[in-house]
Ligand binder design. Sequence first.
Ligand code: PLP
Length: 433
Amino acid sequence: MDYSKYFSADVPSFLRSPVREIFRKVDLSAICSFAGGYPAAVTFPLADIPGLAEKVLGRYGTKALQYGATQGVPELREVIAKRYGVPVSQVQITTSSQQGIDVCSRVFLDPGDVVLAENPVYLGALQSFRAYRARVQEISAVSARHSEHASCHSEHSEESPVKFIYVIPDFNNPSGKTMTLQERQEIVRIARELDCLIVEDSPYRELRYSGEPVTTIRELAPERTLQLGSFSKIFAPGFRLGWIIGPEELLEQIYICKQCLDLCPPVFDQYLAAEFMGSGMLDANLQKSIAEYRRRRDLMVSLLEKYMPAGVSWTDPEGGLFLWLTLPPALDTVALYDKVLSAGVAYVAGSFFYTDGSHRNTMRLNFSFVDEAKMEPGIKLLAALVREAAADAAAADAVAAAAAAAAGAVADAAAADAVAAAGADAAAAEGGR
Ligand SMILES: Cc1ncc(COP(=O)(O)O)c(C=O)c1O
């Protein structure tokens, strides 16, 4: 049966995530996976969960198992509002921050609208923007254009409206980069000039291992920023809980939209999260997670220094879960992937995060999921295969250069023959006169 006629006009725009495909095909526990953005299982407060669950059931009884408010249970909204210094009315609970991205896309984007984003960009966000048939443009290009022409506003709004700027200012996924205060101010300046919103995706902000926190974009421009938070990396992703902080008028539309997405976020999970955050357990657990991740980041950086061949560089992020590697330009991490995977190591090719599939010599490495004992053999193996690919590329270059030189020599000889023949012809013609 041909089902294609049943699909909506949006369906061809759906983007399959190469990262999720890796998880579908590969048993993560059987390999050394630097691919996903999974937190370390040791950071989950496993031992605290039974006590938390007992408390929640004792306090709320069947209410914890019932449907709840679409905005989220008041107890969770209150602890989040208190932690981030905003009124409760500016907090909407989401069923994870991926839903936060999707609901913002659904509420603000029409087909053809423009989202300005960094390139490379978080794949899950790209999937949502594409699903609503929005176009993604690189923010740095707009920023450069703006410094040249202060009148860029009209240029953009006439073409197609920029509805929002999507950024991950802290410990970006995938690049690991953190925006400076000046870069954040520049984002705000562009947003004000274009009169668009900003979606500040911030699931990693609390995972800082070095350096000083930088002011959030929400703090710089609260009137036009929707800041997305998540419990996935500071509690456990299995609870699927996140939040949006933003202006009430915007949250009102998000609230209406969310009614048809899930009616309400998971109630039992919300009470657990409220208790975990409100009682101080989250902060205590966070300190342990930060120490764990700092060790893993430092270990991965030191192993890269030890094993990677010359010509490979990487970021040293101040937090988050990812390192970004750049290999010599001749190497192709998409082509290399199968060989590395069959040797038992996984990464994500960097080009998957570029809207145009470029930068095929880059890769994203996650340092949070693989335990420390597995990290050294994993990086050693990856480095050996990168070295081998670099040698193959150099050999291929040498063969190509030799072939080009030989072709050049043949051409030179042919040209010399032609010149000689022409000379002989001319001489013959001369003699004939
Ligand atoms: C930048 C970014 N935003 C959002 C998400 C989604 O997180 P969750 O839906 O688990 O809150 C992720 C997950 O890795 C991410 O890296």
